[in-house]
Design a protein around this ligand. Structure first.
Ligand SMILES: Cc1cc2nc3c(=O)[nH]c(=O)nc-3n(C[C@H](O)[C@H](O)[C@H](O)COP(=O)(O)O)c2cc1C
Length: 181
C-alpha cells in the first residue's frame, strides 16, 4: 500500500507538515510507503495557463497521487476555511485527466490554536464531494490548542494526539481495503 499526503501549509516549521511527518512514522512501522506531495511550485490557477497544458509541477504531483492507494490532507484553517494553497492545488488536480482523488480513501487532519480546524474541515469535505473522494468519517482529527502539542519545529509532541492519529490511519487503511474489494 502507498499513501500520499499534502500539507495545506508551505512553511518550513508548519504543524501540518509535522502531522505528515508523524503519519510517515506510523505508516513506516506498518511497512506502508508514505510520500509528502509537494504543491509549493504550483502557479495560481488560471484557465488560460491550463489551456496551454497542465504545468509540470502539477503533473508530477498528480502522478504521485495517482500511484497512491489512499490520501491524507493536513490543512490549516485560514479565516474559517481551507488554506488558499490547498484549494488552489485541488483546483489544478480537478482539471487533470483521470483525476487521482476519484474514488480514493482520504483522511483529513488539522491543527489550530482554537477549534482544531473543525470549520475548515467541513468546507474541505464539501470540495471533496466534487472530487469524489471517499472520506474517513470517524475518527476526525481536529487538534485544538496546537501550541501545546507541537514544538517550534512543528513536530508533534503530544502522545494522546499521536495515538489518535494512529487510530485515524487504521480507519483510513481499513476503508482503503474495503474499497479495493
Ligand atoms: C491567514 C491566516 C488565517 C488564519 N485563520 C485561522 C482561522 O480561521 N482559525 C484558526 O483556528 N486559526 C487560524 N489561523 C492560525 C493558524 O491556525 C495557525 O497559523 C496554524 O499554525 C497554521 O498552520 P501551520 O502551522 O501548518 O502553518 C490563521 C492563520 C493565518 C496565517
Amino acid at each position: 500500500m502507498i499513501i500520499a499526503g499534502i500539507s495545506g501549509s508551505l512553511r518550513k516549521n508548519s504543524t501540518h507538515r509535522g502531522i505528515l511527518r508523524h503519519v510517515n512514522t506510523v505508516l513506516a512501522a506498518k511497512d506502508i510507503t508514505f510520500c509528502e506531495v509537494d504543491i509549493s511550485g504550483f502557479p495560481l490557477y488560471d484557465q488560460d495557463l491550463n489551456d496551454q497544458g497542465i504545468p509540470a509541477a502539477v503533473q508530477t504531483a498528480h502522478e504521485q497521487l495517482a500511484q497512491a492507494d489512499a490520501l491524507v490532507l493536513a490543512s490549516p484553517e485560514y479565516n474559517y476555511s481551507v488554506s488558499g494553497v490547498l484549494k488552489n492545488a485541488i483546483d489544478w488536480f480537478s482539471r487533470v485527466e483521470n483525476q487521482a482523488f476519484n474514488g480514493k480513501a482520504l483522511s483529513i487532519m488539522g491543527a489550530s490554536p482554537g477549534l482544531g480546524t473543525a470549520r475548515s474541515q467541513y468546507h474541505l469535505r464539501q470540495i471533496l464531494v466534487f472530487m469524489n473522494s471517499v472520506i474517513v468519517n470517524k475518527p476526525e482529527v481536529m487538534i485544538g490548542q496546537a501550541s501545546s502539542k507541537f514544538n517550534e519545529q512543528g513536530d508533534l509532541t503530544d502522545d494522546i494526539t499521536k495515538a489518535h492519529i494512529a487510530k485515524a490511519l487504521d480507519a483510513l487503511i481499513k476503508l482503503c481495503q474495503q474499497l479495493a474489494k
